[in-house]
Design a protein around this ligand. Structure first.
Ligand SMILES: Nc1nc2c(ncn2[C@@H]2O[C@H](COP(=O)(O)OP(=O)(O)O)[C@@H](O)[C@H]2O)c(=O)[nH]1
Ligand SMILES: [Mg+2]
Length: 317
C-alpha cells in the first residue's frame, strides 16, 4: 500500500506527541509516565518506540521500530559505530515510512506518544526525522514536539546558553508545533545552586544578565562579545521558553499535557468524548498565570537563599 492510499484511509485526525531531546533527558521515562497519566484520565494511548537502540523499555510499546530494524544488525552488517548505525536506522525508517503508517492504522482511536532516539543531530541538522514527521503531518497526524532538556544545565550559565541554542535550532529544524521542557526539575539544584530565580530560566526574557555571569568565568570570559551575540540571537527570535517537569508531580504532568494538547490541537478537535467547553476555553486562553507554571517546583525543590536569587528578585522579578 502506498502513502497516498494511507492518506485517504486516515480520514480522522490523530493527535499525539513526538518526544525528543538529548540522550538521558528523560524521554523514555516521560513516555511511560505520560501514558499512565493519560490512561488515568480515560484516554486510549499508544506508545511508539522510534529509538532502535532502546533496550529494557519500561512500557509495552504498541509499535516498536526494532521490529523493522535494529542498531545491532546495522552495526554488524554495515560495519558502523553506534552513532552511524542509529542514523542509518532513521534513514531506513524514512525510506520505509509506509511500514510505520500501516502499523499506525491499528491505533486510530489512540493518543500517540513517540519515543525518539537521543542523537541531537536528528533534531538540529539531519533531515530524516523531520521528513518522517512531515509525511505523518500530511497523512492526518497532528503532533506536537515535546523537547526535553535536563534541568541541571540551568546551574551552569555556559551550559544554559548551549541549551538555548539547541532548543532554538531544534524548533527551526523540526518545523512543527513545539514545546520545550526542562526535565527532572526535582533535581534542579542537585549539581549546584541556581544563579537566578526559576522564572529566569523558564521565561527566557532577559538574557543579558547571563552575559555578565559568563564574563566572570575564567574561560568563557574571553568570549564576552561572542556570547552576547549568541544570546541576542536567541532573544531576537523570541521563540524559546520552557515548562518545568518532574514526572513524580501530577501538577507538572498535567501542565505539560495541557500545553502539548494546545500545541497539537487536541483540545480544539471534535472527535473526543471527554472534551468540554471549559477545558477548551481555559486552554485556548492560556488561563494559568505564569507564576503557576513554576510555583509547585519552587516550593518543593529549590532553595531560595542564594545571593543571586535575592538580587534578581530585588530587581522586581
Ligand atoms: N529524578 C528524576 N529522574 C528522572 C526524571 N525523568 C527521568 N529521570 C531519570 O533519568 C534517567 C534517564 O531517563 P531516560 O528516560 O532513559 O532518558 P532518555 O535517554 O531521554 O530516554 C533515568 O534514570 C530516569 O529514571 C524525573 O522527572 N525526575
Ligand atoms: Mg530513551
Amino acid at each position: 500500500m502506498n502513502a497516498v492510499l494511507i492518506v485517504i484511509e486516515l480520514f480522522l485526525m490523530l493527535y499525539g506527541q513526538l518526544v525528543i531531546g538529548p540522550p538521558g533527558s528523560g524521554k523514555t521515562t516521560y513516555c511511560h509516565a505520560m501514558s499512565e497519566f493519560l490512561r488515568g484520565l480515560g484516554r486510549r494511548v499508544a506508545v511508539v518506540n522510534l529509538d532502535p537502540a532502546n533496550e529494557n523499555l519500561p512500557y509495552e510499546p504498541s509499535i516498536n521500530v526494532s521490529s523493522l530494524i535494529t542498531v545491532e544488525d546495522v552495526m554488524e552488517k554495515g560495519k558502523l559505530g553506534p552513532n552511524g548505525g542509529l542514523i542509518y536506522c532513521m534513514e531506513f525508517l524514512e525510506e520505509n515510512i509506509t511500514w510505520l503508517l500501516e502499523e499506525l492504522q491499528n491505533f486510530k482511536d489512540c493518543y500517540l506518544l513517540f519515543d525518539c532516539p537521543g542523537q541531537v543531530e536528528l533534531y538540529t541538522h539531519h533531515e530524516s526525522l523531520q521528513k518522517i514527521v512531515s509525511v505523518m503531518m500530511k497523512s492526518g497526524f497532528s503532533l506536537s514536539a515535546v523537547h526535553l532538556v535536563d534541568s541541571h544545565y540551568c546551574c551552569d550559565p555556559g551550559k544554559f546558553v548551549s541549551v538555548l541554542l539547541l532548543s532554538l535550532n531544534t524548533m527551526l529544524q523540526m518545523e512543527m508545533p513545539h514545546i520545550n521542557v526542562l526535565s527532572k526539575a526535582d533535581l534542579v539544584e542537585k549539581h549546584g545552586k541556581l544563579h537566578f530565580n526559576l522564572d529566569f530560566y523558564t521565561e527566557v526574557l532577559d538574557l543579558q544578565e547571563l552575559v555578565e555571569l559568563l564574563s566572570d568565568d575564567a574561560i568563557l570570559g574571553r568570549y564576552k562579545k561572542f556570547n552576547k551575540a549568541l544570546l541576542e540571537l536567541v532573544e531576537n527570535y523570541s521563540m524559546v521558553s520552557f515548562h518545568l517537569l518532574s514526572i513524580q508531580s501530577k501538577e507538572c504532568m498535567s501542565k505539560v499535557l495541557q500545553v502539548a494538547d494546545k500545541a497539537n490541537g487536541y483540545v480544539f478537535g471534535i472527535n473526543e468524548e471527554d472534551r468540554n467547553i471549559q477545558n477548551l476555553l481555559s486552554c485556548a486562553m492560556g488561563a494559568d498565570f505564569e507564576d503557576a507554571k513554576i510555583a509547585d517546583i519552587r516550593e518543593k525543590y529549590v532553595s531560595m537563599d542564594s545571593k543571586h536569587v535575592e538580587g534578581y528578585a530585588s530587581q522586581g522579578r
